[in-house]
Design a protein around this ligand. Structure first.
Ligand code: FMN
Length: 180
């Protein structure tokens, strides 16, 4: 049976390289019969976490009223979550990190899922991406039973469209096709 796949795309550019890799993943997932949804974070108004810990005392309600409210529901409901981000200074960009911080409100209710990391950066190989990979693994490890489905990096990309023809495109498609 098809699964629900939610992709969060954090590129600051509509056809950014990480966004294109995300689309390839979702194309593969759709071809395999999954139900997909892509959220382009730059279209959303999402504030930074206030660090008030109110959500930790009231059963997971964030006191802020912004586009994160709808995203909380989608993140709870999905089977698979894809974090697609540019690499900025060795890690997630601010748009993605803002969402990750806000998921502190989800706490135990963000559970039993498979998570994928998709990223694009100018650096040529994996040794420059270890901070991001480690951050992703440690992040999903903070929630109950979120398992790592896979990681795809588009290396050596900078301008919009550079990722076309990059082996990461096919990797993303195949990963999406086998997602679950
Ligand atoms: C502020 C900033 C910081 C960046 N830092 C890195 C970096 O640390 N490592 C890297 O490989 N690429 C870095 N890049 C290059 C981007 O990752 C690259 O342009 C990528 O394609 C951006 O993703 P997008 O195309 O989805 O927007 C940086 C770009 C910007 C604008």
């Amino acid at each position: 049976m098809g699964k629900k796949i939610l992709a969060l795309s954090a590129s600051a550019r509509k056809n950014g390289n990480s966004s294109m890799l995300c689309d390839e993943f979702l194309r593969g997932a759709k071809d395999a019969g999954h139900e997909t949804e892509k959220i382009f974070l730059c279209d959303k108004k999402i504030n930074g976490c206030l660090g008030c810990f109110t959500c930790q005392k009231n059963g997971g309600e964030c006191i802020q009223n912004d586009d994160m409210s709808g995203l909380y529901e989608k993140m709870r409901a999905t089977d698979v979550v894809v974090f697609a981000s540019p690499v900025y200074f060795y890690s997630f960009n601010a748009q993605m990190k803002t969402v990750l911080d806000r998921t502190i409100a989800l706490h135990e209710t963000f559970c039993d899922k498979t998570a994928y990391l998709i990223a694009a950066g100018q650096a040529p190989e994996e040794k420059y991406m270890t901070t991001m990979i480690d951050g992703f693994r440690k992040y999903i490890g903070c929630f109950p039973n979120i398992r790592e489905g896979g990681i795809v990096f588009g290396y050596g990309v900078s301008d919009v469209g550079d990722v076309k023809g990059n082996p990461a495109m096919e990797q993303a498609y195949e990963m999406g096709k086998n997602a679950g």
